[in-house]
Ligand binder design. Structure first.
Ligand SMILES: NC(=O)c1ccc[n+]([C@@H]2O[C@H](COP(=O)([O-])OP(=O)(O)OC[C@H]3O[C@@H](n4cnc5c(N)ncnc54)[C@H](OP(=O)(O)O)[C@@H]3O)[C@@H](O)[C@H]2O)c1
Length: 238
């Protein structure tokens, strides 16, 4: 396994159920982490708990180009490279076509697909320059297997997978590695606004999902884990 010590790691969605646990594990492992989230209070809370220096976290809405550009500026004031980019940001709107509005469809694409595109536009060039880096996204199993009522969500996550696979082709002559983590249901705030009968106590615990990311950050330099699937064992879709 590669060591985490001294690795420069950007964690997007660091205020989330999974992202905040990833931040904790990577920080304990000795990585140089930089956190971003949209909610300022939540972000400072996570950063304070981990004793992160105030110049190593930055509030941004990742779907706004100017804010992602400002995030990039803040990041490169501190670090000269991005060894790993963990994207744990995103939203879940799970509604059937009868109740899914146009606005909700677009918002889902905006946060789950356009935002990762903006992250790539801003952080991939540095990886390309260094000819190395690791990008971890969390499309979830609904980015691989469709489910009724997930037209918007699956569209965004299948799109994310397609975009990352295309980028993988673009950078294949470098040591830039791209990993997609397909998670089944994880018990987090993600489900708070979803009107679906689900058994949250049977879902993957957020810490365990974060451990998968922690493991992926240490994958061997001579190979690449192009994808990983982790599902609750009572609800396997793949
Ligand atoms: N939970 C699951 O069952 C599950 C399963 C498979 C895949 N996933 C994926 O895993 C990722 C993390 O999910 P989670 O369970 O940790 O959800 P969560 O607790 O709701 O966290 C979502 C995170 O995304 C951030 N975010 C959303 N929209 C944003 C935007 N426009 N700009 C910046 N940040 C934004 C949130 O920031 P603020 O809180 O600061 O607004 C928060 O940090 C998502 O991509 C999700 O699709 C989740």
């Amino acid at each position: 396994m590669e060591t985490l010590k001294g690795k420069n790691i950007l964690i997007a969605g660091a205020t989330g159920g999974i992202g905040s646990k990833v931040a904790k594990l990577l920080s304990q492992g000795g990585a140089n982490i930089f956190l971003t989230g949209r909610n300022e209070n939540k972000l400072s809370e996570v950063a304070n708990q981990l004793h992160i220096n105030s110049n190593c976290f930055y509030t941004a809405d990742l779907s706004v180009p100017e804010q992602v550009a400002a995030l990039k500026e803040a990041y490169f004031k501190v670090y000269t490279s991005v060894d790993v980019l963990v994207n744990a940001s995103g939203i879940g709107i799970i509604k059937s076509m009868d109740s899914l509005s146009e606005i909700e469809f677009l918002r889902t694409l905006n946060y789950n697909l356009y935002a990762p595109f903006l992250l790539m536009k801003n952080f991939l060039p540095s990886m390309k320059e260094n000819k190395k880096g690791l990008i971890i996204n969390i499309p979830g199993v609904l980015g691989k297997v469709p489910m009724a009522g997930a037209a918007a969500y699956s569209a965004s996550k299948y799109g994310l997978v397609g975009m990352m696979q295309s980028i993988r082709e673009e950078v294949k002559r470098t040591d830039i590695r791209i990993t997609n983590l397909f998670l089944g249901g994880v018990d987090s705030a993600f489900w708070d606004t979803i009107d679906l009968r689900v058994q949250r106590d049977k879902m993957i615990v957020a810490e365990e999902a974060a451990k998968a990311v922690w493991f992926l950050c240490q994958q061997p330099a001579s190979g690449v884990v192009s994808e990983m699937v982790l599902q609750p064992f009572n609800h396997q879709a793949i």
